[in-house]
Design a protein around this ligand. Structure first.
Ligand code: SF4
Length: 378
């Protein structure tokens, strides 16, 4: 068992090593959760640390001086296959949990189906690992699963047949038909639902074949009511805890991950939103993983000023316990009322920009780090 923890906390599944794998690069913003896209910033950094593949997916800023930065922190809308990265999972011998396309979206419309096939062939050829695919484009994902290739090469092949073919043709891995399971038992599919208005992404996910299905509510931008999901005019609950899931796909979610936004321009989240997801998951017995608060804690005044309480964690402190600093002098420990902000996207309150580390991941004093039950082979 490994003890090295991955910084993406939910990749630390006991007995596995967390990794990210980016065979396909490029993306495009699709919804509010993309506003402060971390991947573009990281791609920009990697580009200037000489991972030149990123030049194909970042916007050019028109700079002609080769000594100066030539790319922006923005996608150019193109797709690029990082062919030299395709075989990476073959090199990892111990069981890994691998976040696929952490720097983009595997089902970005510009990625060719042929490359997506080859990514799945790598996953099929490495059953010792668990691969996690998260998308904001579940409609494309479902379409890919239903796609029947009419090209000359694989005439009429269904997705699963094509992938078995690529396992052998591209990677030399022969999987006998009797051993072939579709959907792949080591691939977990998920959607990001950062706010309630994207709840229907879950309906596409539940209609897509998968060994396990998860929802990532990150960065959390609103409260989420799972039982507001609609299929053909009827509401159903993807957690299966309330109502009749058979109104939808007959499938339910296996895992819910939740977390706040971090980094420059992060948006705060209200603790009640997280409590509600925790309670919905608990009622439905669906594993819940709370990753982090992000940068902000909601602050309440207590009956005995100058004491304050972080509503998220229950911790109490006086104003000097907050490591505020004076932007002019840089002096720490000084009460800086203007560091409290009122955010219009949240129910009213004072939010303290505590920073990701200090804000932590305790909800009412408790860590929530549950994972789905594993039936996959190791
Ligand atoms: S889907 Fe992900 S990678 Fe793509 S723009 Fe949005 S946040 Fe960035």
């Amino acid at each position: 068992m490994t003890t090295n923890k991955h910084k993406i906390q939910w990749l630390n599944l006991p007995g596995y090593k967390g990794e990210t794998w980016n065979p396909l690069l490029g993306c495009k913003k699709v919804s509010e959760g993309c506003a402060n896209c971390y991947a573009t910033k990281m791609a920009h950094r990697l580009m200037h640390m000489h991972t030149t593949d990123y030049m194909f997916v970042l916007k050019d800023n028109g700079e002609s001086d080769p000594e100066k930065f030539k790319y922006l922190r923005e996608w150019n809308g193109q797709s690029h296959a990082m062919t030299k990265a395709f075989r990476r999972p073959f090199n990892w011998k111990s069981p890994h949990v691998i976040f696929v396309c952490s720097m983009g979206d595997l089902f970005f419309e510009k990625h060719s189906y042929d490359y997506i096939d080859k990514v799945f062939a790598v996953m099929a050829s490495n059953p010792q690992h668990i691969f996690i695919v998260l998308t904001k484009r579940p409609k494309n994902m479902l379409e890919w699963f239903n796609w029947k290739d009419e090209s000359w090469q694989n005439k009429g092949m269904q997705g699963n047949e094509r992938i078995r073919y690529y396992c052998y043709h591209d990677y030399g891995v022969k999987i006998e038909f009797k051993d072939w399971k579709w959907p792949l038992q080591n691939v977990w599919l998920g959607v990001t639902v950062e706010e309630q208005k994207h709840i229907q992404r879950i309906d596409y996910l539940l209609h897509t074949p998968a060994a396990k299905r998860l929802v990532s509510v990150e960065p959390m931008l609103s409260a989420i009511e799972f039982d507001d999901l609609c299929h053909e005019g009827q509401l159903y609950d993807p957690l299966g805890g309330f109502g009749d899931i058979n109104r939808g796909s007959g499938k339910k979610l296996d895992w819910v991950i939740c977390g706040g936004e971090s980094g420059h321009k992060a948006r705060p989240m209200h603790p009640d939103w997280v409590r509600s997801i925790r309670d919905q998951c608990k009622a439905a017995k669906v594993p819940f993983f709370f990753k982090q608060w992000g940068e902000y804690l909601l602050i309440e005044e207590t009956a005995q000023p100058p004491f304050y309480r972080a509503a998220n964690t229950g911790d109490e402190f006086d104003s000097h316990g907050i490591n505020f600093y004076d932007p002019e002098t840089g002096e720490p420990g000084k009460w800086m009322g203007h560091k409290f902000i009122e955010d219009l996207n949240t129910p009213g309150g004072m939010y303290w920009n505590a920073g990701r580390k200090l804000a932590g991941n305790l909800l009412d004093g408790v860590k929530h780090e549950q994972y789905p039950q594993l039936e996959t082979q190791k």
